[in-house]
Design a binder for this molecule. Structure first.
Ligand code: PLP
Length: 420
């Protein structure tokens, strides 16, 4: 096959229809605050924080300096067995002190999907070690997103993430229940049998699955069912952690009491890959005492990567010094108010807001969200299209009120343009 090659054609992008993508990429070359600049010189307001990660905004010199300092001192040293590095230790302590779980331990990883694997494998091992060997099932919500490693692909809600790998799911013993109807949890538990379920994993607010906050009483139901059947609860806070819902962790806001919390993205605001799992005593205790203590045989070369950890420290310093967590809570109110301008339009199907500084705007089906995103991009704003014709809004926590107005103006402009 003869093909003419352009610069960058070798890059096979994630989740992309490559024939459409080639030659049509938006190539970002610079970032500063809430804005990024393309290779063609267009300055765009990043209304999604990239993939939900840029909590403190782009181009923060303090973080770059911290990374350089750390690399000049020690780029990293591995954390397997008896070895580790000083920055991994101090970051784990800092995360433990911020976490909404009492007396936790922290496993550091390389990102969100990696952390999902860590938490879910650990949940299964927990019950094997407890002698409850039938407890192998893990349940998730029908619209959830838990990354795309093998476990994540099997747990993530929409079927298309599981299709194409041959019969069955990549990892067996997974099942899903309704994201909104709390009574469905009992139905699925009834079908499988509570004695066979190791864990339920849930995002406090579903992000990539369409911005779905918990309906009234949803988490109470979920926790009651988990307690009744001895099922571990895993909160996936990859999107919601580190300020997105106006608290350090969304479980605090939504009254969820997880046995494990998964983090990534906002812990470094994307300045380096890093994730983690914050683990309650119920799960970690047996691994920490006695000569016969079991070993959790999971880890990657970059578990506790020193430069990533130094970057996380610098990022947390900014979140604290600039009070960005409470700022996000204030920004949420402004975003809700701005979006209310769209609420009664006949070309809007639904506005999903009020569960943090993130929102979904769903035009009616006749107006493809892709068209709105293209219009916005041409008018200087990056939006992202999620399933079911929903547009994602999740700006960096440093945007100002005027920038939120601009985001909503551009969506309004796209809807008007569609009419004319
Ligand atoms: N969990 C949630 C809720 C996510 O939104 C994501 C990524 O968007 C992941 C897990 C996977 O994280 P990563 O892409 O860092 O592997």
């Amino acid at each position: 096959m003869t093909t003419s090659r352009r610069v960058g054609d070798s890059l096979w992008s994630p989740l992309a229809h490559m024939p459409s993508v080639l030659g049509n990429r938006t190539v970002i070359v610079h970032g500063e605050g809430a804005y990024v600049t393309t290779q063609d010189g267009a300055r765009l307001l990043d209304a999604t924080s990239g993939l939900w990660h840029a909590n403190v905004g782009h181009g923060r010199a303090e973080i770059a300096d911290a990374a350089a300092r750390q690399m000049k001192t020690l780029e990293t040293y591995q954390s397997f067995g008896f070895f580790t590095n000083d920055v991994a230790l101090s970051l784990a302590d800092r995360l433990a002190s911020l976490a909404p779980i009492d007396e936790p331990k922290v496993i550091l990883t390389s990102g969100g999907s990696d952390s999902v694997e860590v938490a879910v494998k650990l949940a299964r091992m927990h019950w094997q070690l407890a002698g409850r060997t039938d407890k192998t099932f893990v349940l998730s919500r029908a619209d959830s997103y838990h990354g795309l490693h093998a476990f994540g692909s099997s747990l993530t809600g929409p079927d298309f993430y599981r299709d194409g790998y041959g019969p069955g799911t990549l990892v067996p013993d997974t099942a899903r229940f309704s994201s909104t109807d709390a009574h469905d949890i009992a139905r699925v538990i009834g079908e499988i049998g509570g004695n066979r379920i190791a864990a339920i994993i849930t995002e406090p607010v579903i992000g990539s699955g369409g911005i779905i906050g918990p309906s009234d009483g949803y988490f109470e139901h979920l926790e009651q069912a988990a307690r009744k059947h001895d099922i571990l609860v895993i909160a996936d806070e990859v999107v919601t952690g580190f300020g997105r819902t106006g608290s350090w962790f969304a479980t605090e806001r939504f009254g969820l009491h997880p046995d494990m919390t998964i983090i990534a993205k906002g812990v470094t605001s994307g300045y380096a890959p890093l994730g983690g799992v914050i683990i309650s005593p119920r799960v970690w205790e047996r691994f920490y005492s006695g000569s016969a203590a079991p070993i959790y045989r999971h880890g990657v070369t970059y578990s506790g990567h020193a430069t990533s950890c130094a970057i996380a420290h610098a990022n947390l310093d900014i979140l604290e010094a600039e009070s960005l967590i409470s700022r996000a809570a204030n920004l949420e109110v402004i975003l809700v108010r701005e979006l209310d301008r769209l609420r009664n339009r006949d070309d809007i199907r639904e506005i999903r807001s009020g569960h943090g500084f993130l929102a979904g705007v769903a035009p009616i089906d006749d107006i493809p969200a892709d068209e709105v995103a293209r219009f916005a991009r041409a008018h200087g704003v990056i939006l992202r299209v999620l399933r079911e014709n929903v547009i994602q809004i999740s700006p960096p926590l440093i945007v100002n009120e005027q920038e939120l107005t601009t985001i909503v103006d551009v969506i309004e402009g796209a809807l008007q343009a569609h009419r004319s």
